[in-house]
Design a protein around this ligand. Structure first.
Ligand code: SF4
Length: 336
């Protein structure tokens, strides 16, 4: 079966006051229909830029696709005109953001904005039909008293309810791909769990693919089928959720896993933080971009950049993976 989304060697650049800056380098991955893939990494890893490139939202931010291809159901997204892009957005793909207030205009009611989105993509639907559909969508995403909420303004809804309303708006055109950028970061843990459950339910109900962007591997553990780890604009590891949690190959993934907060008191005492910080894209280290923070860095790591290598159906970009997963005695023990 052909993938729904196929990204081939994508590089994204931005115009800055200091010249062109490459925010994403040589990123490739694909997604099947009905799959949840999590793009994981710290801030500055390139995951949001990758997702915005898929939606072609980088065009509005002085960015451009410098190389590579993005195909959605066989359509070359990078080559689409603005007009063609508008019809693809909403119908084929939609995006929900971390901050739902940014998705809604504060001066219009929730209902009028969802109805407007529905009618923009389907002129045959009357206002009354669109209104009823919007009410059903709000009900479907778990908003109580949807008729009342339709008449309210964004500032009258709680953060969790607004996030649900944004998901309802994104679903209004039944997209095949939903991109969710840190959709639960601003919410408390209980609401976060409810939103993740909602996304899983919607995936099953609509056979929708979801690309979830998160800095938190704990969230990926809840929801992902597959996980793609990014660091400093590059993909460093790709694996199924079970493989990645059972045996992370890349030292960066290992560090992220050790950083997951847990209720287990023993582990909580030993909570690990990856030393240092992600490099500036304007001043990337040579060789492996992770080498200044990696406890296993060798001379080769400083000199040469490792490419993604396939190892038994999963991929990672590290010179020392074989020794690390094989427990080579020359490699220092992982920090705890
Ligand atoms: Fe660490 Fe070297 Fe692997 Fe990079 S290539 S992650 S520096 S061991």
């Amino acid at each position: 079966m052909n993938p729904l989304l196929d990204i081939e060697r994508l590089s994204v650049e931005f115009d800055t006051g200091r010249g062109r800056l490459q925010a994403v380098s040589d990123v490739s991955f694909s997604m099947k229909a009905g799959e949840i893939v999590c793009l994981v990494g710290e801030s500055g890893s390139g995951k949001t830029v990758t997702s915005k490139a898929i939606m072609r939202l980088i065009d509005d931010e002085n960015g451009s696709i410098a190389a590579g291809a993005i195909k959605l159901d066989g359509v070359d997204v990078a080559g689409l005109s603005r007009h063609a892009l508008r019809s693809l957005r909403g119908k084929k793909m939609a995006m929900v953001f971390q901050e739902p207030m940014a998705a809604f205009d504060p001066v219009f009611t929730i209902g009028s904005q969802i109805v407007e989105t529905i009618r923009r993509h389907n002129r045959k639907e009357t206002s009354s039909q669109a209104w009823h559909r919007a009410v059903e969508l709000l009900r479907r995403v778990g908003i109580p008293e949807p008729e009342l909420r339709m008449k309210q303004y964004p500032n009258e809804l709680s953060g969790g309810m607004l996030q649900r309303a944004m998901i309802a708006m994104a679903l209004s055109c039944e997209p095949e791909l939903l991109i969710a950028d840190e959709p639960t970061t601003a919410l408390d843990v209980t609401i976060q769990a409810q939103i993740l459950q909602l996304l899983q339910d919607l995936k099953t109900e609509y056979n929708m693919s979801i690309l979830l962007i998160t800095h938190d591997l704990g969230i990926a553990a809840e929801i992902a089928d597959r996980i793609i780890v990014m660091y400093a604009g590059q993909v460093v590891e790709k694996a199924s959720k079970s493989e990645l949690f059972e045996q992370p190959h890349h030292p960066y993934t290992q560090g992220l896993l050790r950083s997951i907060t847990t209720m287990d008191s023993d582990r909580a005492k030993r909570l690990y933080a990856i030393p240092g910080s992600i490099p500036s894209l304007a001043d990337l280290p040579g060789g492996c971009r992770f080498h200044p923070r990696c406890p296993y860095a060798s001379e080769q790591c400083v000199r040469e950049a490792p490419a993604l290598q396939d190892r038994g159906g999963r991929q990672s970009a590290c010179w020392n993976v074989e020794q690390l997963i094989g427990g080579d005695s020359d490699i220092p023990a992982a920090p705890t």
